[in-house]
Design a protein around this ligand. Structure first.
Ligand SMILES: Cc1cc2nc3c(=O)[nH]c(=O)nc-3n(C[C@H](O)[C@H](O)[C@H](O)COP(=O)(O)OP(=O)(O)OC[C@H]3O[C@@H](n4cnc5c(N)ncnc54)[C@H](O)[C@@H]3O)c2cc1C
Length: 140
C-alpha cells in the first residue's frame, strides 16, 4: 500500500517495526430496538454494523432528520402521541439500515475467502469508478 504514497514511504523507510500488525472485528452491535417509549437511540448507539464501507456518520445524520420529523414536534408542542412518534422513528430508522446492511454484509462475507478478496481488490483497483459506484450504494 505504501507504494501508493511515495512521500510517506520515504519518511518511513528507516522506521523500525515495533509490533505485529493486528486487526479487530467484527464490530457488529445489534440493538433490540431504537426506541421504547422512554428511551430513543441514535447513531452508533442505535446499532453499528461495520465501518468497512464508510458509513455511520450518514446514518446518524439521517436519523437526526427523522428525529426532527417525527419526535421533535411532539416534544415541542408537548402534545400528540409520543409512543406513535417513536414507533414512526423506529420504522423509518430500520429502513435506513436495511439498504447499507446488504452492501456491508456482502463485503464482510468476502473475509471468508481471502483469495477471492484479493481478486476483488485487484478488480476494484483497476476500475476505481466501479468501486466508487459500489460505495455510493451505502451513501445515497
Ligand atoms: C475505524 C472506524 C472508521 C470509520 N469510518 C467511517 C467513515 O469513513 N465514514 C463514516 O461515515 N463513518 C465511519 N465510521 C463510523 C462513525 O465514526 C460513527 O458511525 C459515527 O461517529 C457515529 O456517531 P455517533 O454520534 O453515534 O457516535 P460517536 O461519534 O461515537 O459520538 C458519541 C460521543 O459520546 C461521547 N460519550 C460516550 N459516553 C459518554 C458518556 N457517558 N457521557 C458523555 N459523553 C459520552 C463520546 O466521547 C463521543 O464523543 C467509522 C468508525 C470506525 C470505528
Amino acid at each position: 500500500m505504501l507504494n501508493e504514497f511515495p512521500e510517506l514511504q520515504d519518511r518511513l523507510k528507516n522506521a523500525d517495526v515495533l509490533d505485529e500488525s493486528v486487526a479487530k472485528g467484527p464490530l457488529y452491535q445489534k440493538t433490540l430496538g431504537v426506541a421504547n417509549g422512554k428511551i430513543l437511540l441514535i447513531g452508533d448507539a442505535a446499532g453499528f454494523f461495520d465501518p468497512i464501507t464508510g458509513e455511520g456518520i450518514g446514518i446518524a445524520a439521517r436519523q437526526a432528520l427523522l428525529l426532527e420529523k417525527y419526535v421533535e414536534p411532539v416534544l415541542k408542542e408537548n402534545s400528540g402521541n409520543l409512543v406513535k412518534a417513536m414507533f414512526d422513528y423506529s420504522r423509518a430508522s430500520a429502513q435506513i439500515y436495511r439498504r447499507y446492511q446488504i452492501m456491508t454484509s456482502l463485503v464482510l462475507l468476502l473475509r471468508l475467502w481471502p483469495k477471492l478478496t484479493d481478486g476483488v481488490i485487484q478488480v476494484l483497483h483497476s476500475f476505481p469508478a466501479l468501486f466508487q459506484k459500489l460505495l455510493s450504494v451505502n451513501m445515497r
